[in-house]
Design a protein around this ligand. Sequence first.
Ligand code: SAM
Ligand code: FES
Length: 351
Amino acid sequence: MNVKNIIDKLFKEHDATDEELLYLLDNITFTEQEYLSEKADIIRRENYDNKVYMRGLIEFTNFCKRDCAYCGIRRSNKNADRYRLTFDQIIECVDLGDKLGYKTYVLQGGEDDYFTDEKMIEIIKEIKRRHPKNAITLSLGERSYESYKKMYEAGADRYLLRHETASKELYESLHPGASFEERRECLKNLKEIGYQAGAGFMVGLPNQTNSDLVKDLRFVKTFKPAMCGIGPFIPQKDTPLGNEKGGTLQKTVIMLALVRLLLPDVLLPATTALGSIDPLGREKGIKAGGNVVMPNLSPTDVRDKYALYDGKICTGDEAAECRMCIEGRMRRFGYEVEVGRGDNINWSKEK
Ligand code: SAM
Ligand code: FES
C-alpha cells in the first residue's frame, strides 16, 4: 500500500477500504498531508466553488441534563455559570444576524428541559415570520421523534447532532447512562423527517485510536449526512478529562480532508474549536475542504459562559466584529463568504 495511491483513489472514487483508510492515518507524512488537502480543496471547489457559508451561532442555554465527560456544560460541573436567553433575546440575536448578512441561524444549547416543544415552536415560528427566507438549524441534542417532527413542521430546516464517536466502546465510556444506539436512532429519525441532518465527531479524544477514526469515516460515508461537524477535543478544566491531552490541528485537518473526499457535497464547518487551538485553524480547515464557518451571534455577556472547553476564541467580540473578522480571514486565503442560505447542493426541498 502507498498513501499517495490511496489519496488518488479517494479523489477519483470517493471511497477506499477501511484497511486503506487505516494505513493512510497510520503512515501519512507531512508532504502527503499537503497533497491530501490540495485534493480535498479541488473537490470542494468543484461543488461549492470558493464560497464559504456563514452561519450565525446563537448559544441560547448552557443548562444541560447530560453528563458527557468532555463537556464544560455537563450537569455535574458545579462551576458552570448557568444562563438561558429569553425569547426576546433570541429574536434580537436573529434580527442582528439578519442585518449582518447571516441567512442561517444555528440555535444551539445543552439538553435543557425548560425549552419544551411548545417554547421551541414559538421561537421557530417567530423567526420564520420575521425572516421567511432564512434557514434555521437546531442543535439541541437528543429528543423524541415527535419532538423533532413538530419542530420541523414549525419551520426548522436543519439539525446538528454529532455522533461524537463511532466507536461504541469509546462512546459509552464518555457518556455515562447514555445509549450509543439511541443517538444513532435520533440521527436516522432526523433524516427521515426531512431535516438536513448533521453528524460529526471529535478528534483526539483520550484513548481514541486510528481504527476508531476509520469507524467515524465509515459511518459518515454510509449515513451521508448533509453536514458534518468535526473538531478537536479540547480539555475543559472542570471536567473529568480536564488533565488529558487535546486533539491536534494536524489530525483534525486530515479528517476534514478525508470527509470532503468521501462526501464531495457535504457542508463541512471549520469549527470554532479548530480556531481555538491554532490562530489560523479555521483557515487551514477551509483550505482542506471545509466550506462553512459559524461565527458567534450570542450576546457578549453570556459568551464566556458557554464554555465547552478552555481557550475558546471570540468570547469578548461583538457579533459585528466576528462578521468582519471572518470575512477578512477568508478573503486573505482566497475564499469568499457567501451570504445566502447555503443549503447542501443536493438538497431540493420545497417547504
Ligand atoms: N446538546 C447538543 C448536543 O449534544 O448535540 C448541542 C450542544 S453540544 C455542547 C455541541 C458539541 O460540542 C458536541 O457535539 C461536542 O462534540 C462539542 N464539545 C463538547 N465538549 C467539547 C470539548 N471539550 N472539546 C471539543 N468539543 C466539545
Ligand atoms: Fe470572532 Fe474572529 S471570528 S473575532
